[in-house]
Design a protein around this ligand. Structure first.
Ligand SMILES: [Zn+2]
Ligand SMILES: [Zn+2]
Length: 268
C-alpha cells in the first residue's frame, strides 16, 4: 500500500478550486505514480471558520472561503468510489485547543494533520518575521519542537506534517536531542509524516531527519507518506526516496486512516 496523505485541492494553477472535478486530476496523477490512495489536506487558514484562531496576515488574508464546498468536493469523490480521504492541515495554536476542536467537530474527517507554521506570530517556514532571524537557530529549534510536542499531546491530530519543518532553510544546531519530541509523539499515539516536500526546499532533505524517524520507529510511532502537492503533477513525487528512508529505519507498514482511526497496511 502506498498513500499520499498530504495535498492541497487546487485547480492545477495553485489556485484554490473547491469543486469535485478538481479531485479527478489528483486521482489520475496518483494512479500514474503508483499511489493507491490519496488524502486532501487543505490549510485550515483558507476557511472563514478558522478566522478566530488566526492572527498572522499571511493567514488572515487567505481566510476567505467556506469550508463546506471543500468537504463536499472530497466527500462526493469518496462517494463516487475514488480512493480519496478527507483531511485538513490544521495549524496548532497553543492555548486554543478547545476552539480548534469545535471548529473541526462538524465534519467527517478521515484524519487531521497537525502543523506548526507559526509560533507567536513568527514564521517557521519563511513568512516574515522569520523565527530563525528573530530567535536564532538553537532557540528556534527548541521552541519549534516544544510546540510540536504540545501539538502531539493536544489530542487534536492524527498525524504530524513535515515534522522537522524548522530545518527548511538548512540551518540546524550542531547536535539535537530528538528524545523528548519522540517521547511526546509516542505517548500521544499520533503518526508522523514522511514528506518529500523538503527535497524541494533549500534544505533538500526529506522530512523528518533519518535519526528522528529512526527514533520514531523504535518508539512504535506509526508513519504516513506525503508529497505536500499543490498541483497534481507533484502527487507521489520522489516517493522512491521516502520508501527507502522508511525501510532503512525499519518500517514495514504504513498508516491508512478512515474516520479518524488508523490501521497498518504493508508498505509498498
Ligand atoms: Zn504545511
Ligand atoms: Zn501542506
Amino acid at each position: 500500500m502506498i498513500v499520499d496523505y498530504h495535498m492541497h485541492l487546487r485547480n492545477g494553477r495553485e489556485e484554490i478550486a473547491l469543486a469535485t472535478w478538481t479531485v479527478d486530476p489528483f486521482v489520475s496523477a496518483a494512479r500514474a505514480a503508483g499511489v493507491d490512495e490519496i488524502g486532501f489536506t487543505e490549510h485550515i487558514y483558507y476557511f472563514k471558520q478558522a478566522r478566530a484562531l488566526l492572527d498572522h496576515p499571511y493567514q488572515t488574508e487567505r481566510c476567505v472561503y467556506e469550508i463546506e464546498p471543500y468537504v463536499a468536493a472530497v466527500v462526493e469523490a469518496r462517494r463516487r468510489g475514488l480512493p480519496v480521504k478527507l483531511g485538513l492541515e490544521v495549524d496548532y495554536v497553543p492555548g486554543r485547543e478547545d476552539e480548534t476542536r469545535e471548529i473541526l467537530a462538524p465534519y467527517p474527517w478521515d484524519y487531521l494533520l497537525g502543523s506548526v507554521h507559526f509560533i507567536d506570530g513568527l514564521g517557521v517556514d519563511g513568512q516574515e518575521p522569520r523565527m530563525l532571524d528573530v530567535l536564532g537557530v538553537e532557540e528556534s529549534w527548541r521552541l519549534y519542537f516544544e510546540t510540536l510536542g504540545a501539538a502531539a499531546r493536544s489530542g487534536l491530530f492524527d498525524s504530524l506534517s513535515h515534522p522537522d519543518l524548522v530545518k527548511i532553510f538548512g540551518e540546524s544546531p550542531a547536535s539535537f536531542d530528538y528524545g523528548p519530541i519522540v517521547a511526546a509523539i509516542a505517548e500521544s499515539g499520533v503518526a508522523v509524516e514522511v514528506s518529500t516536500a523538503g527535497l524541494r526546499k533549500p534544505v533538500r532533505e526529506l522530512y523528518p531527519h533519518p535519526e528522528f524517524l529512526a527514533a520514531c520507529h523504535d518508539a512504535g510511532v506509526p508513519a504516513t507518506l506525503a508529497s505536500d502537492a499543490h498541483s497534481p503533477d507533484v502527487v507521489g513525487r520522489d516517493f522512491d526516496q521516502a520508501l527507502e528512508l522508511l525501510r532503512s529505519v525499519g518500517y514495514e507498514t504504513v498508516t491508512v486512516f478512515e474516520q479518524r482511526r488508523g490501521r497498518q497496511e504493508p508498505l509498498g
